[in-house]
Each structure stands twice: as structure tokens, then as C-alpha cells.
Design a protein around this ligand. Structure first.
Ligand code: SIN
Length: 533
């Protein structure tokens, strides 16, 4: 075990300087902290750790080639196919190879993965996987079970100082490196901006789903960490690639509850209100086609006013037992999935873009690392393969911990006092009209289907909102939105999660990742707005 049990969790006082600060209390952040133990680390979390983390809502599980007949090569091949030409093969091979070791770490931290009668890990199948390779917990409870186990392990680990209710606003930089973070307490509403100095900062703040009106992500997933990194000068990658999950439950909730892809893996089918099984005409694999294809199929039905419905009646025999989370969501909405079809709609679900890192989670800025959904490592390409996200989070968190372990000096960099932090007023972000206006432009213009005119409209709105920003936190959020719009307008083709109706084909000229900084993005904005792209 990597943890040491103590009677009660005691947050340690700061000595005024931290070796490592991890921003984010989700899967990637907590796993990194645990893998660093017994080295001292501070975790900053906006909410109680584990809460507000997309990973806790994950229903499927972790992809790992641990089942009979499966191999690392097959996992790599499936990921490359799903990623539509721009997956970094070295990165996914490393991830698939390390998957089994990370599953064993999670078992040691107490995650109760499902096992068969012989005690071997059970694996199940999901769309676009050629083998059964999803390690799960009690049907659709993997995310919750993993996070419960990690939170408990962190609470028992004395080397981890947890600061809950701290919202990071700005990276502190000095002499060309990141030297700490400025954060506000009281869930971001505190008067004082606390300045926490560190040798190394690890960003693990999650994705961007809440930039969209319909999303499966928690409200915290607004891309703030990505924008913060961009404003500090970090390189970003693949910012145009947002993944829309085909089957969020369409009952007008924000965030929208998810109906896991595993239901289609079990044989559930998609129909419109006329009863047509529309996916049959769109792809040879019908409901098991790649996620972006199914999302566009459903989107077309919803837009045409016919609606889309997931029929699980023949496929799932004991819903409450096999898919307790989805069953709970349906029951809450007054739907009995054993007797009725579930209304579904595509929803922003996962971000393939983010802070560029190398294979060890190192960003382009010295002293700054990143792991989890806020990163773009090259593992997902243009369209992530289901259940590779939790895998990426733990693999990169562990690699950062390994590297940091050898780089930690325990002493302050000479320049740490030279960083500067600007203060800004704070308002409740979710209720602010700026946030609502942003979401209103992102969904129709940078959503499942895009075109030049719509994206230019969105970019103009984003620039206006940035000029009228009300807080440092919104500055971060709007920066991420701007980078998504710029990267999307710049890519003159369709690939994976980025589908342009004005450039509907893939182009060999664009078979590459997008790498850019905020400075580079700002420089091409006038051109993107004026040119007929
Ligand atoms: C799902 O359960 O459908 C989501 C799995 C994933 O996003 O990897």
C-alpha cells in the first residue's frame, strides 16, 4: 500500500512554501497525490475532494487489455481508429502498456472492481472496442466507487494537505517558470487572494463541458484551469476537439444525466418518434458506430423535430441491478426504462483538447505539469475511445509523480518571491449573465455541427464577453472558449469531434494535431474573423 493509516485526517499547516501543489480534487489530482506519498503535497480543491469531479460521474470504467484474448496492440489499434488519424501512437502504447499496473494500484487503494467467480477482473465491451476490456464496478458505478476509494485513501495519508473550498485564479510566474498559484477561499467567494508558492504546480482541473448548454459534466467543468494555463503562456493542443456523448437523457436537466454507452453495448437500439431505427442507415455498425457518428445521427433527428429515443426494453433484463445509476436517473424523471424508451440528446461530454503535455505530463512551462481531462497528451486524437479517459488520468498522474519524485528538492526556487498576482472581483460564476451568454453561443455555433459563419459569430460574442469580463475566474473560462473557437475556425476540414458542414470531408493537409499558445491564437483572430473560412 502506498498509504499510511492514521486515526484521523489532520490537515497540515503550510510552512509557507510547498514542494508540489496539485490544483484539482478529482481522479487525476488525488491519484497523483497518493502516488507521491509519502512526499509532502498540497491539493487545492474548489469543493470537498471527489465532489464536482467528472470522474465521479463516470459510469463505464477503465479500458485495460486484461481480458482473455486481448492485447496491448489491439487496444492501441482501436484507439488509433477511433481517434481519426491524429492519435500519438507512442503515447497510447505507453498508456495501454501501463494500464494493468494502474488497475492494480487502484485495487490497492481499495477500488472494488468487479471479478468473475474465479476471482479474475471482469471485463465488458463498449462501442468501438474490438475486445471486452472495460474494468467496471457494480455495472455502472465505476466512477463513484473509484472516487470514494481514493478520497478515503487521501484522508488517511498524512503527507497530503488538502485545502478544500479553494478556487485557483492565476498561476504565479517568475523568471520563466511557474512558482505557485493564487487562489481564493470560501469556494472562490473569499475576499483575500491567497498566494501559495511551490516548486511544482500540477493542474488537474478537468474539462470544459459546462461551456455548453447541454452537458453531462458537473458545473465545475468550465475550462478554468486550461484558460489559466494559457494565460500564463502554456502551449495548448487540439482545442477544437470536443466530444459529444450521444445519449444524455433528455429531460431538461442541467447537467444532463448520462445513459451509458454500455447500454448500446448490451444491445439497446436508437429510434426516432416515427419508430425508425435511424442508425441502420448511417453506419454499418449502427448504434455501435464511433461516438461522433452516433452523436450526429441523434442530433439530426432532434433538430428535425423527430426526437431520439434509446430502447433498452429487450436488451436489459434487470435494469435496477445492471445499471443502477441510469435506472435512478430515469426513475427520478418519471421514466420506467423497462417499459418505456428513454429520450436522449447529444451532450458535451469530454474534451480531447487542453494543456499540451509530453509523455510524462510536463507542460511547456518549467515547473508546471498537468494530468487528466485538462490536458491534451495526444492519446485521444480527434475522438476519444470510450473508457480511455480514466485510464489516461491515472497513467499520467502516476508518471508525473514518478518524475516529480526525482525532481523534488525540498527547497524554494530562488525567484519565488518575484511572481506577481493581480486581484479581481468575484461574483457567483454560474448565475452570472456572462456565463449564460457564453453557453448560448457555444452550443449552436461550436457544438456537434459547425460552420464558418456560426463560429465567427461565436468568436465575436466571446471577444465581447472577454472585454466585459466580471472576474478573474471568468477571464480563465472565456480564454478557453476563445481558444476553442480559434482552433475550430482554423481547421478547414471535418475530423472526429470537429464536424464542419462547410468542410464536411477529412483533408490530408490537416492530418495533424493543433498546437498553439494564447499569443499565437490572438495573432490570428483578425484573419479568422475577416477571411471567408
Ligand atoms: C459512458 O459510460 O458512456 C461514458 C464512457 C466514457 O465516456 O468513456
Amino acid at each position: 500500500m502506498a498509504t499510511t493509516a492514521v486515526a484521523a485526517y489532520q490537515p497540515k499547516p503550510s510552512k509557507g512554501f510547498d514542494d508540489v501543489i496539485i490544483i484539482g480534487g478529482g481522479l487525476a489530482g488525488l491519484f497523483c497525490a497518493l502516488k507521491l506519498a509519502p512526499r509532502a503535497v498540497t491539493v487545492l480543491a474548489a469543493a470537498p475532494i471527489g465532489r464536482g469531479a467528472s470522474s465521479a460521474w463516470a459510469q463505464a470504467g477503465i479500458a485495460a487489455a486484461v481480458g482473455p484474448g486481448d492485447t496491448v496492440d489491439k487496444h492501441v489499434t482501436d484507439t488509433i481508429i477511433a481517434g481519426d488519424g491524429i492519435v500519438d501512437e507512442d503515447v497510447i502504447r505507453m498508456m495501454a502498456t501501463e494500464a494493468s499496473a494502474r488497475i492494480h494500484d487502484l485495487l490497492e487503494f481499495g477500488v472494488p472492481f468487479d471479478r468473475d467467480l474465479a476471482g479474475k477482473l471482469s471485463v465488458s465491451r463498449e462501442a468501438a472496442h474490438s475486445e471486452s476490456r472495460i474494468v467496471r464496478v457494480r455495472g455502472d458505478m465505476a466512477g463513484r466507487a473509484i472516487m470514494e476509494a481514493l478520497v478515503a485513501a487521501v484522508r488517511k495519508t498524512p503527507s497530503i494537505r488538502v485545502l478544500e473550498g479553494y478556487v485557483a485564479e492565476e498561476l504565479i510566474t517568475g523568471n520563466g517558470r511557474v512558482t505557485g498559484v493564487a487562489a481564493r477561499d470560501k469556494a472562490g467567494s473569499g475576499e483575500d487572494l491567497h498566494r501559495l508558492n511551490a516548486s511544482h504546480v500540477v493542474m488537474a482541473t478537468g474539462g470544459v463541458g459546462h461551456l455548453y448548454e447541454v452537458t453531462t459534466n458537473p458545473t465545475e467543468a468550465r475550462g478554468g484551469g486550461i484558460g489559466m494555463a494559457a494565460r500564463a503562456g502554456a502551449r495548448l493542443a487540439d482545442m477544437e476537439f470536443v466530444q459529444f456523448h450521444p445519449t444524455a437523457i433528455n429531460v431538461g436537466k442541467d447537467p444532463a444525466p448520462l445513459a451509458t454507452e454500455a447500454l448500446r453495448g448490451h444491445g439497446a437500439t436508437l429510434h426516432n418518434s416515427a419508430g425508425e431505427r435511424f442508425m441502420l442507415g448511417l453506419h454499418k455498425d449502427a448504434e455501435l458506430a464511433p461516438r461522433d457518428v452516433v452523436a450526429r445521427g441523434i442530433f439530426a433527428e432532434v433538430k428535425a423535430g423527430r426526437g431520439a429515443f434509446l430502447d433498452c426494453r429487450a436488451a436489459v433484463h434487470d435494469f435496477a441491478d445492471e445499471f443502477p445509476t441510469v435506472f435512478g436517473y430515469c426513475t427520478e424523471a418519471g421514466i420506467d426504462p423497462a417499459k418505456e424508451m428513454i429520450p436522449v440528446v447529444p451532450a458535451a461530454h469530454y474534451f480531447m483538447g487542453g494543456i499540451w503535455t509530453d509523455a510524462d505530463g510536463r507542460s511547456s512551462l518549467p515547473g508546471f505539469w498537468a494530468c487528466g481531462e485538462c490536458t491534451s497528451t495526444g492519446a485521444h486524437g480527434a475522438n476519444r475511445l470510450a473508457s480511455n479517459s480514466l485510464l489516461e488520468a491515472v497513467v499520467f498522474a502516476a508518471r508525473i509523480a514518478l518524475r516529480l519524485g526525482s525532481e523534488m528538492t525540498g527547497s524554494a526556487p530562488a525567484n519565488w518571491q518575484e511572481g506577481s498576482v493581480s486581484s479581481a472581483s468575484h461574483l457567483a460564476e454560474n448565475d452570472h449573465p456572462n456565463m449564460a451568454a457564453l453557453r448560448r453561443t457555444m452550443s449552436p455555433n461550436l457544438g456537434v455541427l459547425r460552420d464558418g459563419d456560426g463560429m465567427r459569430d461565436a468568436l465575436r460574442t466571446i471577444l465581447d464577453l472577454a472585454r466585459n469580463s466580471h472576474s478573474a475566474r471568468f477571464d480563465n473560462v472565456i480564454t478557453t472558449a476563445k481558444l476553442i473557437a480559434v482552433a475550430a475556425l482554423n481547421r478547414l476540414e471535418s475530423r472526429g469531434g470537429h464536424f464542419r458542414t462547410d468542410f464536411p470531408e477529412e483533408s490530408p493537409d490537416w492530418k495533424r494535431r493543433t498546437l498553439l499558445t494564447l499569443e499565437q491564437a490572438n495573432a490570428i483572430v483578425p484573419d479568422l474573423l475577416e477571411t471567408d473560412r
